[in-house]
Design a protein around this ligand. Structure first.
Ligand SMILES: [Zn+2]
Length: 48
């Protein structure tokens, strides 16, 4: 699972990625950047 890192300003493979459901009902993957450790969030479609 790749996500955009705002600190590296590029896509990175997300570390410790886990699926979460936000308060608004949207699903997302949360993890950390393997290079700088910044938290990353990537929205995903329901059921995917
Ligand atoms: Zn980064």
């Amino acid at each position: 699972m790749e996500a955009y890192c705002v600190k590296c300003k590029t896509k990175r493979p997300m570390r410790n990625a886990e699926r979460v459901v936000l308060k608004n009902g949207r699903h997302a993957m949360k993890g950390t950047c393997p290079v700088c450790g910044t938290k990353m969030t990537r929205f995903v479609k329901k059921g995917s």
